[in-house]
Design a protein around this ligand. Sequence first.
Ligand code: GLY
Length: 267
Amino acid sequence: MKISIKISENLISRIYSGPQVFGEINKFLWNFCGKPSGVYLLVDENTHRFCLPKLLNEVPCLEKAEIIVTPSGEQNKDIRHVVQIWGKLMKMGAIRHSLLVNLGGGMITDLGGFAAATFKRGIPFIHIPTTLMGMTDAAIGGKTGVNIDLVKNQAGVYSNPEAVFIHPGFLETLKPDQMMSGLAEMIKYALILDAPLWKKFLKMDFRTLRDLQKEDPQWDDLICRLVKMKARVVSADYRENKYRRILNFGHTAGHALESFSISDGNK
Ligand code: GLY
């Protein structure tokens, strides 16, 4: 399925979702692979181990891409790691027309999006989200950024990926707690924007949803429904002047708890 977000008269963001998405990635990369400008692939140690082999198997031209590994975890979504990514891009010879492929959850799409949007004043990038949270929220809508002193998303820019490619098969790589955090985001979206889905959720046993086989087609339908919901909000208010703020429902308390748990965990 292809979903478009109209950001302005001449800026459209394209999101491809579903089991056929690897074909779309192959088509998209046709323009980049083999060019001297090159393709760079950002992963963390988890997506390097669990997601990259699947991607390389399905998108063979990425085998030529230079791999950049950054440490996983929200505590590493900071400017020090952006500087490291800039440095690696520079040393590996990336230029203004190189492409950065961000393969990972929200931490990678936020960090990689910000690094790409600022390296040489902005190089093209795409997101391939691998978590439920990334697929339904973080990778969609052009927000990129980093934390400052563990306070979430304090520095960043709006910058749109050339495209977002969502393959529900990557859900197979997730642990139950990562699935639960994505589910919580889905429940939030239903609560604020989709009354029929909210009513459906109310009747569900979430243990059943969590335990759904990851390749169950229900995931694909649910993800598409959420992406369309987010696309409608972002199309109406890309820069979060008013309406998009609805998506921050619960963030004040949620981000404070998250920052506290990260700093507590670092002690
Ligand atoms: N995650 C909230 C937003 O994209 O606006």
